[in-house]
Design a binder for this molecule. Structure first.
Ligand SMILES: [Zn+2]
Length: 150
């Protein structure tokens, strides 16, 4: 009878892999991300520019660049702005019925302003949420890839 080359009982890797950076509570991570600060320590900055995420936090070295928010911030921003602008348009039309040109002059710039104003804090909060949940790309796999999407 041949000897079995594999162990009969598989054992999971029980070594706890703790991050090398601070891991605050979810509310703290979200709040710091909303303000554009590092979700991990709250001292460094997430962004290097309008939406480009820094590779690592200057204060605590949290690997913010491997947290890939991708399309989530634009999606949440569209949902938020849509839920603010569309009811406002409908209520205005229902109660005041202003001319269409006046509606366009008010609502189109307001939509653009709200979108640009909310996209950055929403992306910061998304990075905070993803860092809290450990949703990040492997640090060793292509750290030089650009991280300026959405
Ligand atoms: Zn930090």
């Amino acid at each position: 009878m041949p000897e079995h080359p594999l162990p009969r009982h598989w054992q999971p890797d029980r070594i706890e892999k703790r991050p090398r950076w601070p891991t605050p509570a979810l509310a703290a991570s979200l709040g710091r991300g909303l303000r554009g600060h590092c979700p991990s320590c709250g001292k460094g900055h997430i962004f290097n520019g309008y939406l480009r995420v820094v590779r690592k936090c200057r204060s605590c070295s949290a690997p913010l660049g491997v947290v890939r928010a991708d399309d989530v911030p634009p999606y949440f921003t569209i949902v938020l702005v849509g839920h603010l602008v569309i009811p406002g348009m409908l209520i205005t039309e229902q109660n005041l019925a202003p001319p269409i040109w006046l509606q366009m002059v008010v609502w189109v710039p307001l939509t653009l302003f709200l979108t640009l104003a909310l996209l950055r804090p929403v992306k910061g909060a998304t990075v905070g949420l993803m860092l809290h949940l450990g949703l990040m790309k492997d640090e060793e796999s292509d750290p030089s890839a650009p991280h300026d999407f959405g």
